[in-house]
Structures are given as structure tokens and as C-alpha cells.
Design a protein around this ligand. Structure first.
Ligand code: PGA
Ligand code: MN
Length: 485
């Protein structure tokens, strides 16, 4: 293929550094395929304004962009500190307490309010408490309800609202909070394209959100749910979670706090392989180009990390602070695009192709997409064209990881937008095609708009037959461009 085509998609998190019209337009023009609204921050008004802006820009540029709503989940945080920052020194003693309880009486001991009423029940002598993504570490000494006395092991500057983790302690708190419920209702009303669920522990946490969607918006029960894997329990229950969800996120930030960092690369490979095997979406997230928050160039280790996620077989790579609060948001997207494209040039040599599971998804669509890949490679075609309503055929085609771009034609706007998350898929919104001739006209127009076509070039087209009957795909056509009826 001789036009600029990247298979792995780029997710960009919104924040003060990216939300204005000009930056957002530059980010999307530079290659952002998915915009992530992080509901741990910002107001509903802010998120609604960004979503409106994304829709406008996407329409103007003629480029599909999905909006991913990321729910905060049961994240425990430091409360409001009386003075910022609070400086903690190694070996000193501090007292943590639930922000609703009374602060400790000792005036000379540093006190840290926590937005978690169950703190005294969860903390136990000898247990570790990590603050701010593990940058600071405490060891619990004694629990004298409601006060938890702890020794500073790793000191540093603590600020209000930073995250707290209790590694190795299963927390008996609901995975779907009252805030998540309000945020989800808002997201459904605004028409987000997918929802990410934080701190998933089991398939039941995913089912809970699916149930909530069914109650709040029965017409949107097909909204893709992405389970964020950031708790050790989630890795133990990986198989059931992958079955229950439409996709997963390798949420390396919290995962690397809950688990020792050296476990994270292995978890990433296991998660990506299993997700691909089950034809589910997989996003690799957090710290991919972290140093670009403050520098125009990434470290060499970060460049390697992005390339290796591509070789592992991820559908998408994600930027967090880099685009949300960084000094170089557009440069970060351009750099990610360049690293991904370079890696993809060597994908056949170094990339891992996970075979799709043969038992669970043995049906016409799966067989046809695999046959389309073989045909595409054998005939060295320019592209594969897929006609789809729900998007499922395009997803299966993506998971077959062909060496050519996948044009996905759909009349459905929601399908058009959500397909922008998947590896290799170029979504095209077209009026409903009810003859093969109309389909071929759509295919040729899309190809010509994207790439210079050489005489005799071929395309593999797959759809349901009879055309227009909206049935799962059972029809493949090897079409030579220019020979349309
Ligand atoms: P977060 O999730 O950015 O919402 O914390 C991603 C992660 O933990 O890696
Ligand atoms: Mn997280």
C-alpha cells in the first residue's frame, strides 16, 4: 500500500493541554483516532464541550474519531490537605484518617485525610500504603480507630487528591460507584462511543455496568465496554473478564503499583495475546511517552516500549498526561505515529500474530474473514473492503491481521465511529448499499480518495448475500478496480 496508513490506533487523553479547538484539531490531524475523556477529572460541562468539538472536527476532516468515556471507579484518594504540598521525610511517623472522621489530636504529627471511610478496617500493621502512583511509600505501624499510624519509607512531596493504593489487600468496595453511575448516565445522554470501567476485578464488575446501561438506555446495550486491568485480581480472572467485556486496557499505571513493576511486561503480553485470541479490543496504556510531558523528544526506552506494544499485537496505544497536561501534546502524537509506522514496517518479521480462538467463534463470519486475508495476500490486493452494520465483520477482519488496509463501509454512524478504535480499520460512512454495483462504486470512490490506483489493482470485498438482506457475511468477491458494472 503506497499511502500513509497506520494500523495501530492512537488514543489521546483530554485535559487542559489539549481541549481548546486549535490543539484538538491539530491532535486529530496528527493522527488521533480515539479521544479519551477522563472522568477522574473535569466537570460534565467541560466533557460535553470537548465532545461537541471532537464531533465537529471529525466531521470537518472527514475522519472517524471515537470518544471513550473513562469512569473513575473506586479509586481511593488523599483528601484536601490544609497546606500544599505536605513534605514527607523517610522514617518520620504520619497519621492517616478518613476525611469525615476527626483529625488526630497530636499537633506535632503530620496528618493525611483520606476520602475512604473504611481506611481503619483495611489498613493493618505491617501493610504497605502507596501514595501518588507509588512515588511515596508508607508502612502501617498501628491502627487506633479511626487513626492509622504509619512510617514513611519513601518520602517526597504529597499533594491533595493523589491516588492511594493498598497493594495486596483485596478491597471490599463496590466497583461501580454512585459517581460512576451519574457519569455513565451523562455519557449515554451525550452519545459516547465506548465506556472504560476502572479497577475491574471480575466479570461481575463488567456485567454490573452492562446492566446499568440496559436500565438507563435500553437502545444502547451494544455500547462497547472496555475493562481496565489494573488490579491483581483482574489478572487472575482475565479469561472471564475478556469474555464479559468488549475490550480491555492494559492499565500499566495502577497495575505497576499493585504489582511489582517487573511483572507488568509479562502481564501486557498475556493480556494482548488473550484479547486477540478472543477477538476483543486491546489498548496498551500509560507512560508510553511519559518524558514528553516536559520534553520535545522521548527517551529511547519509550520509543522501544511503543514499538514493542505494536509487536505484541495491540490494537491501540494510549497517551495520558502527554496530551492531557503535557507541554508537547501534538509532538507526542506525531512521535507516536512515527514510532508505530516504523515498527509496522517490520511487523511481519517481529510481530506476533495471535490466532483467533477456533471454538467460540467458529461461524461464517470468522471463516470468511480468514479466507479474505488469504485471498488478499495471494493476489497482492490494494485493500480489503467490508460491508457491515454492527461492525462485527470489520472487527473479525481486523483480528485476522491482514497485511493490507481494511475499509469498513457502514450506514450506521455509531458503527462508523467505534470502528476507529480497531487495528487496521479505515471506517467509511456510506448510504445503505442494496446492490453489488452500488457496493463496488463505494469501494472505488473510497480507494481513489485515499490512494493512486494502478490499472489492474484488485480489492477483496466481503458482505452478506443477498446484498441488502442484512445478514452475516457469506460472500467474498475479488474485484479488479475499473471493472465495476
Ligand atoms: P488511569 O488508568 O489513567 O485512569 O489511572 C490507566 C492506568 O492505571 O494505567
Ligand atoms: Mn488507572
Amino acid at each position: 500500500m503506497n499511502f500513509h496508513h497506520r494500523n495501530v490506533k492512537i488514543v489521546a487523553t483530554m485535559g487542559p493541554a489539549s481541549e481548546d479547538e486549535a490543539t484538538l484539531r491539530a491532535l486529530i490531524a496528527a493522527g488521533v483516532d480515539v479521544v479519551r475523556l477522563n472522568f477522574s477529572h473535569g466537570t460534565h460541562e467541560q466533557h460535553a464541550a470537548v465532545l461537541r468539538r471532537v464531533r465537529e472536527i471529525s466531521h470537518r476532516l472527514g475522519k472517524a474519531v471515537a470518544v471513550l468515556q473513562d469512569l473513575q471507579g473506586p479509586k481511593i484518594r488523599v483528601g484536601q490537605l490544609p497546606t500544599e504540598p505536605l513534605s514527607l521525610k523517610a522514617d518520620e511517623t504520619v497519621i492517616l484518617y478518613p476525611e469525615d472522621a476527626s483529625p488526630p489530636k497530636e499537633a506535632d504529627t503530620k496528618a493525611i485525610p483520606v476520602d475512604f471511610p473504611d481506611l481503619p478496617r483495611v489498613a493493618h500493621p505491617g501493610g504497605r500504603i502507596l501514595l501518588d502512583d507509588g512515588h511515596l511509600e508508607l508502612h502501617t505501624l498501628t491502627v487506633d480507630k479511626p487513626w492509622v499510624r504509619a512510617k514513611v519509607v519513601l518520602g517526597g512531596e504529597l499533594r491533595s487528591h493523589k491516588g492511594i493504593n493498598f497493594p495486596g489487600t483485596p478491597l471490599d468496595i463496590p466497583g461501580f460507584t454512585a459517581k460512576d453511575e451519574r457519569d455513565l448516565a451523562f455519557g449515554l445522554k451525550q452519545g459516547v462511543d465506548a465506556v472504560a470501567v476502572s479497577f475491574v476485578r471480575s466479570a461481575a464488575d463488567v456485567a454490573r455496568v452492562r446492566q446499568a446501561i440496559a436500565q438507563m438506555a435500553p437502545e444502547r446495550t451494544d455500547l462497547p465496554i472496555i475493562a481496565k486491568l489494573e488490579r491483581p485480581e483482574a489478572l487472575q480472572n482475565l479469561h472471564e473478564i475478556i469474555h464479559a467485556a468488549d475490550g480491555v486496557m492494559v492499565a500499566r499505571g495502577d497495575l505497576g503499583v499493585e504489582l511489582p513493576p517487573q511483572r507488568v511486561p509479562i502481564a501486557q503480553k498475556e493480556i494482548i495475546t488473550m484479547a486477540n485470541h478472543h477477538a476483543k479490543l486491546v489498548i496498551t496504556a500509560t507512560q508510553m511517552l511519559d518524558s514528553m510531558i516536559h520534553a520535545p523528544r522521548p527517551t529511547r526506552a519509550e520509543a522501544s516500549d511503543v514499538a514493542n506494544a505494536v509487536f505484541d499485537g495491540t490494537d491501540a496505544v494510549m497517551l495520558s498526561g502527554e496530551t492531557a497536561v503535557g507541554d508537547y501534546p501534538v509532538e507526542a502524537v506525531k512521535m507516536m505515529d512515527a514510532i508505530v509506522q516504523e515498527a509496522e514496517g517490520h511487523f511481519t518479521q517481529w510481530g506476533h500474530l495471535a490466532e483467533m480462538e477456533t471454538s467460540a467463534t467458529r461461524d461464517d463470519a470468522r471463516s470468511l474473514t480468514r479466507a479474505a486475508r488469504e485471498l488478499a495476500h495471494e493476489r497482492d490486493v490494494a485493500a480489503i473492503a467490508v460491508f457491515t452494520q454492527t461492525g462485527r465483520t470489520a472487527i473479525l477482519m481486523s483480528k485476522a491481521r491482514p497485511r493490507v488496509p481494511i475499509f469498513a463501509f457502514t450506514p450506521e454512524e455509531s458503527t462508523y465511529r467505534r470502528l476507529s478504535m480497531y487495528w487496521g480499520v479505515i471506517p467509511q460512512q456510506v448510504p445503505f448499499a442494496n446492490t453489488v454495483e452500488t457496493m463496488l462504486r463505494h469501494v472505488e470512490a473510497a480507494l481513489r480518495a485515499t490512494t493512486p490506483i494502478e490499472p489492474g489493482q484488485q480489492v477483496v470485498v466481503i458482505s452478506g448475500f443477498p446484498v441488502g438482506a442484512m445478514r452475516p457475511p457469506n460472500f467474498a468477491l475479488l474485484h479488479t478496480v475499473g471493472e465495476a458494472g
